[in-house]
Design a protein around this ligand. Structure first.
Ligand SMILES: Cc1cc2nc3c(=O)[nH]c(=O)nc-3n(C[C@H](O)[C@H](O)[C@H](O)COP(=O)(O)OP(=O)(O)OC[C@H]3O[C@@H](n4cnc5c(N)ncnc54)[C@H](O)[C@@H]3O)c2cc1C
Length: 385
């Protein structure tokens, strides 16, 4: 079987699964701000969320190219892969840097769907994108770390069993480089919540199960340290390319959904005695959105290819994320304009997807920060922060 056959089969299979969860399913959840339990369960049972887990740990050992196709198809179907995408990329931190004991204990259970690793805690309210300045600390005390501090916008904590938490284990003033002294802890959420960790949901523009976390002397066993103490920032960076590529694929999926919906509406909606799509004022923006999505997709495929062949892909992964997020947002606006007033009606899903795809200009990494990466690391322009 060639890669193209595999990918076509994968697209069809994921598309079929997603067709069991139509627009009304997502609209209903959006209204109640509820988590798509049944959908995530179905995706897990079909093995899709274990795509990147090696076969020896019970996963399917696929590459980032295939994993990204899975998420793309979820979004292309009108759903939202954000409910579960983090497991795909955060699992990599455990896989690459976890001890043999941690890998053997957790990965098969994650692959089987017995445990969910859906939460990744980095962002803090007072320091934002400036990660190395984070204030959440973990101090070693006998066989435990004692964690104190606060995180914000940490998603899916209420629907996950495990969370990777980034903390400062050595104070900034005692490290040579600001990127030193951060560590990654694997938090067992059932043990932590109510015993030093409090979760407060954040009502938001989209249904994203995001929360604020408060740590007040939370005890985390030292055996739950992932990798080497103080190296956490490196582990964080190490997972970013996978994250960028997967998010780019979701944006491509969103973009294609918007273009398909807009095209179909523009063919059918008749005003002034002609389909609105006959007017170039409607037709050209849809065509341009399509072109921009296809272009972004090419660099996403290139980035995935480099990643899967073990080559450096920082520039390509970042460019793919930026271009795909821009293209999906452009397509969202074009679809909204094409639908006119009906774009605002919940039943067409345009307004929901419009809100959902807007996120990718800001999270998990904002457009400015990507441009800064390209400026500094690709073009060797002076560092700005
Ligand atoms: C729905 C949602 C879910 C999220 N889920 C998670 C999660 O699960 N885990 C997690 O850790 N985080 C999560 N986040 C946080 C997200 O990663 C951050 O919001 C994002 O990285 C931006 O950080 P900030 O909001 O603190 O913005 P800030 O850092 O305060 O920046 C605000 C704006 O200023 C710009 N800016 C800042 N500094 C510069 C500069 N030097 N040059 C140019 N522009 C600059 C930024 O690009 C941004 O547009 C989530 C956020 C949202 C909204």
């Amino acid at each position: 079987m060639t890669n193209n056959d595999l990918n076509a089969d994968l697209r069809t299979a994921v598309g079929e699964l997603c067709s069991r969860f139509p627009g009304i399913y997502w609209r209903e959840l959006d209204k109640r701000e509820a988590y798509p339990e049944e959908f995530v369960r179905a995706l897990t049972d079909a093995g899709y969320l274990a795509a990147l887990i090696p076969e020896e740990f019970g996963g399917s050992g696929l590459g980032i190219a295939e994993a990204s196709i899975i998420l793309e198809e979820v979004n292309r179907s009108g759903g939202n892969a954000a409910a579960c995408h983090a497991q795909m990329y955060s699992m990599g931190t455990l896989l690459r840097h976890g001890s043999e004991t941690q890998r053997r204990h957790y990965l098969p259970k994650i692959a089987a769907g017995e445990l969910r690793l859906q939460a990744f805690g980095v962002t803090e309210p007072t320091t934002g994108t400036d990660t190395t300045q984070m204030k959440t600390t973990a101090v070693l005390h006998d066989d435990h770390y004692i964690v104190n501090g606060q995180k914000v916008w940490i998603s899916r904590v209420e629907y996950s069993d495990l969370m990777l938490l980034v903390v400062r284990t050595t104070p900034l003033e005692h490290v040579n480089k600001r990127t030193d002294g951060l560590s990654v802890l694997l938090v067992d959420l059932a043990e932590a919540i109510g015993h030093g960790m409090t979760v407060r949901p954040i009502p938001a523009m989209i249904n994203h199960a995001s929360t604020e976390l408060f740590f007040d002397n939370l005890k985390v066993p030292v055996k739950n340290l992932v990798g080497v103490e103080g190296q956490g920032f490196r582990y964080l960076l190490d997972g970013l390319n996978a994250e960028r590529i997967l998010i780019a694929a979701e944006c491509v999926g969103d973009g294609r959904w918007f273009v398909e919906r807009a095209s179909s509406y523009a063919r059918e909606r008749v005003v002034f005695g002609r389909p609105i799509g006959q007017n170039q004022g409607i037709q050209f923006p849809i065509a341009r959105a399509h072109v921009d999505i296809e272009a972004a997709d090419l660099i996403r495929i290139r980035a995935a290819d480099l990643f899967d062949n073990g080559q450096s892909c920082g520039a390509e992964a970042n460019m793919a994320k930026l271009l795909a997020a821009d293209a999906s947002w452009e397509a969202a606006n074009v679809a909204m304009q094409t639908f006119g007033g009906f774009g605002f009606a919940e039943e067409y899903d345009i307004e929901r997807k419009f809100r959902e795809t807007r996120l990718y200009q800001i999270a998990p990494i904002s457009t400015n920060l990507i441009l800064s990466y390209i400026g500094q690391h690709v073009l060797e322009l002076p560092r700005s922060f």
